[in-house]
Write a protein that binds this ligand. Structure first.
Ligand code: FAD
Length: 525
């Protein structure tokens, strides 16, 4: 069935939405046929399902402002969730009984793509203005045309600017440049009152800091001004294998302590002799021969660790890059003979996960449940975490996907922003990015719960990244000292609790209330 425009649908179909919506100028961009609402009722996690009443395909930020304003002033306000690509795991971009805003529509069919690189004219200050709906891969393509690129990335670039800035945006460059939210100069947002506001360090700073890492609670990002740097041409990309966790993390910490002359990217992962090793989307790095060698080592030790680093360079300095890499490798304690390197373009390096995605898609292994767990663990407890989790709770199983482990630095995060991290100078980003390929996601999810219980029991002061809680007391604990200020900002910018209800920070009571009336609500399959 093709999408039906709102004006073609009897008002009774509007269910929770006030009928005045039919009279707005944006009515022909609102769809509520079951095909459309079903498509917007779940996300990449495939663990949660809750259809909205309608979907807005905005043609401009004004359309979004008109929708939110209408809800705000309505006697029966309804929730509104911006949806980037729906790459969330736990329904964070859903709007049960409300309206989902399909952000990619903002850029659809436009020549300018809403990505503009500026600077020059004698100024050394370059930046890119990107629509909140834009994919990072498109931002990269556009900035490269000018010889520039953003400094801080996520591993996967088919995520939206607004989606990652609402969380933090972390990858192997964050130890040097901070998360993506630390690399933003200015934002344009639609608040929960339907106002369009510009904000930056100097203009409406409370909103600016609040929105960055603010889980979509204070405003819908329609444009972000992002820092760029001259883009390198090539990348020498290395993987080093360790059988000993202490040496692995010591070397990672050494690498992130180095100046600008050191590695430009540092990550790492756990390799276990199970499906996660065989079907890991990051395994395309190795030649078949090297991969056999790594698997053999993993089978001997059960679990091994892979440090991943990259050195950026220009063609003009190509002759010295081997020397540079060798000088770093001499400082490190990986298993002799287990250092591997590839030479790739900058684009090829940054877009590496997409290659894995295409492979998994072709095998029907992409659209499966993803019970992911992302947490930040303080450095002082990472060894306890390794013993309790990597050597204890995690057992070889029928899942697939990487388990990431890499250190980040607190001083690269701005305390004023909403994102929360552990209170320690160095903390580890742990990502259990497992796909339930045999349909047994509950088992993996139980393991995630067990990991969190273990951390509580052992007093490990972790913070969830891409957090998921259903009780407000857990959210209060998550935000810690930032909670009161966050609530104050919510009162100021979204007093009717309209935005991103799928995060379930302020709206669990609203969702329960709605569900009593027989309207779909967040629930597990
Ligand atoms: P959505 O899932 O659509 O939205 C996420 C939240 O933000 C929702 O609450 C939504 O309402 C809100 N939102 C969406 N757009 C806006 C906007 N314009 N303004 C305000 N709020 C908005 N994250 C990392 O940090 N590092 C990684 O390396 C990384 N790798 C990933 C790899 C894969 C394969 C996947 C699927 C995800 C990865 N992520 C990573 C997680 C990613 O950052 C989150 O999924 C994030 O939510 C972005 O996805 P999205 O753009 O689809 O946003």
């Amino acid at each position: 069935m093709s999408p039906q425009r709102l004006s073609h649908v009897p008002p009774s179909f509007l269910r929770t939405l006030p009928q005045g919506l039919l009279e707005l100028d944006i009515a022909d961009r609102i769809y509520l046929d079951p095909d459309t609402t079903t498509r917007f009722s779940t996300d990449f996690g495939r663990l949660t399902r809750a259809p909205p009443s309608a979907v807005l395909y905005p043609s401009s930020p004004d359309d979004i402002a008109a929708l939110v304003r209408f809800s705000y002033f309505s006697p029966h306000p309804f929730p509104v969730a911006a949806r980037g690509c729906g790459h969330s795991i736990r329904g964070q971009a859903l709007a049960p009984g409300g309206v989902v805003v399909d952000m990619p529509s903002l850029g659809r069919g436009r020549d300018d793509r809403r990505i503009n690189v500026s600077g020059g004219d004698g100024s050394s200050f370059w930046y890119v203005d990107a629509g909140g709906e834009q994919l990072w891969i498109d931002v990269l393509h556009e900035t490269l045309k000018h010889g520039f690129a953003p400094r801080s990335w996520t591993d996967y670039l088919h995520l939206t600017v607004g989606g990652t800035l609402s969380n933090a945006g972390v990858s192997g460059q964050a130890f040097r440049h901070g998360p993506q939210i630390s690399n933003v100069y200015e934002l344009e947002v639609v608040t929960g009152k339907g106002e369009m506001m510009r904000c930056s360090h100097n203009e409406n700073p409370a909103l600016f800091y609040g929105v960055l890492g603010g889980l979509g609670q204070l405003g819908i990002i329609t444009r972000a001004r992002i820092a760029v740097e001259p883009a390198p041409e090539r990348v020498r990309w290395a993987r080093l294998i360790y059988t000993d966790f202490v040496s692995f993390t010591r070397d990672q910490e050494l690498l992130i302590s180095m100046s600008e002359e050191g590695f430009d990217y540092v990550e790492g992962s756990l390799l276990m002799m199970d499906h996660s090793l065989i079907g890991n989307w990051r395994s395309s790095f190795f030649s078949d021969r090297d991969w056999e060698k790594v698997k053999l080592l993993a089978s001997q030790f059960g679990a091994i660790y892979c440090l991943e680093g990259a050195v950026y360079y220009e063609m003009a300095t190509a002759s010295s890059v081997d020397q540079k890499l060798d000088s770093f490798l001499k400082l490190l304690s990986f298993v002799p003979g287990f250092d591997f390197a590839n030479d790739v373009s900058y684009m090829g390096f940054l877009d590496r996960v997409h290659t894995g995605e295409l492979k998994l898609r072709s095998m029907g292994l992409w659209d499966v449940p993803h019970p992911w767990l992302n947490i930040f663990v303080p450095k002082s407890r990472i060894r306890d975490f390794e013993i309790g989790v990597f050597k204890g709770i995690l057992k070889p199983n029928n899942s697939m996907g990487p388990v990431l482990i890499y250190p980040l630095k607190k001083n690269k995060w701005d305390e004023k922003m909403s994102a929360v991290i552990p209170d320690e100078e160095i903390f580890y980003s742990i990502g259990l990015l497992r796909s339930a390929i045999m349909g047994d996601w509950e088992h993996l999810d139980d393991q995630n719960d067990e990991i969190l219980r273990f951390c509580h029991r052992e007093g490990i002061e972790y913070k969830q990244y891409l957090p998921h809680y259903t009780a407000q007391t857990d959210w209060m604990k998550h935000f810690g000292l930032k909670w009161n200020a966050f609530v104050e900002l919510k009162r100021r910018y979204d007093p009717k609790l309209l935005l991103s209800p799928g995060q379930r920070i302020f709206t669990s009571s609203l969702i329960e209330h709605v569900s009593e009336q027989g309207i779909p609500f967040l629930k597990l399959y």
